[in-house]
Write a protein that binds this ligand. Sequence first.
Ligand code: EPU
Length: 426
Amino acid sequence: MQAYRIKGGNRLIGSIEVKGSKNAALAVMSGLVLVNGTVHLTNVPDLSDTRAKARLLEKFGARVQWEKDNVWIDCSNIHPGEADESVVRSIRTSFYLLGPLLARIGKVVLPSPGGCKIGARPVDFHLKGLELLGAKIELIGGVYYAEANGLRGAEIYLDFPSPGATQHLMSAATLASGATVIDNAAMEPEVTALADFLNALGARIEGAGTSKITIQGVTSLKGANYRIPADRLQAGTYMLGAAITGGDVTVTGVLPEHQTALTKKLGEANVKVTEGSDWIRVEANQELQAIKVMTMPYPGFATDMQQPMAALLCIANGTSILEETIYESRIGHVQELNRMGAKIRIEGRVAIITGIPKFKGATVEASDLRAGAALVLASLAAEGTSTVRNIHHIVRGYQDLVPSLTSLGATIEEVSSGDREGLPIH
Ligand code: EPU
């Protein structure tokens, strides 16, 4: 088991280019099985989640070649495969393969998905939508058995604008006969990215980025090149890294309009944010102020930034209120931040955070991806040395975290958990 050892107290200073989006890449990789040909993806983040997705595609007949951030995937010979249950369970988006595979080959057997433990994470919207498109799906012994004799267009209303369900149903509907309309669709940039990708392959999707998406079915999709857009959540994490360490960091290669909720909230907390067409600079040289934050579907404040934001608010002057409305139990970071001296109290889905002057270094455990990010941020700002264990959660979403933070001036290294805890870090 690996861990990060972090000596806190260094201000993060400099510039960092953000890598490709994990969530856009995972959605795009599900859509690949629709393609009778080869797709060349660039700017693909090399993460345990994207590697798992590639292994899963291979089980269904895809040929994958990976070179740095370039991936070529040939899906000419997709066939019903036997997916490895442990790989399927390791990522939530394994389930988004069900609809596209059904559209392409008519019969799929797929174990139930997994992913970060942050709430119940049901798949009922996905199932309802696929059934409206004409699929017959049964869950037997934790495994989905699905069949369709060609999908047909349908009108689908989502009870909640779920990014995953929107992406899944949009992909499946590209090869359905006739038109599909998804109402109350998610508007996240990763949904728009997937629509752009599918349209580049010959799909006919309109309205992505709004709450109503229309898909005119086509008979086949052809190969193409597509660049995965920058990861707004990774960008947000580095922005919070600058804020929490009193630093000055410019994130580059990003679209500032995707970060509006975060930049506004940082401004309210007394952090200076400036931006250009593809960069955002975060300078923190004043006392942080407590604020209120509520997570919302895009363009609201992203649930994925809730835990990292909580770390920042722990050292803001006053009492902050942070409400999580998307997931019922995205609170794995709270107990661990409190081990570092934070004063967070949970009431239902609300975290009440009383500001403290400084975190104190401690040994803490990541319980999920963004909880891990929150602990890394707190450790960067802490007095003394911290060890963040269970970093397998963190490497799901942050490529090259150690060299990236080191280049900004952090003192961080990867160690074997338990090996060197308590030793000074140089
Ligand atoms: N929901 C249902 N039924 C469904 C689907 C969703 O009730 O069939 C509910 C969920 O329980 C939750 C809400 O809808 O309350 C959002 O869940 P959604 O399915 O939309 O989330 P997701 O697609 O599984 C993606 C990201 C998450 C991010 C959420 C919300 C990927 C791979 N994951 O998850 O990212 O938190 O959207 O924006 O795209 C992360 O990167 O750390 C992460 C967890």
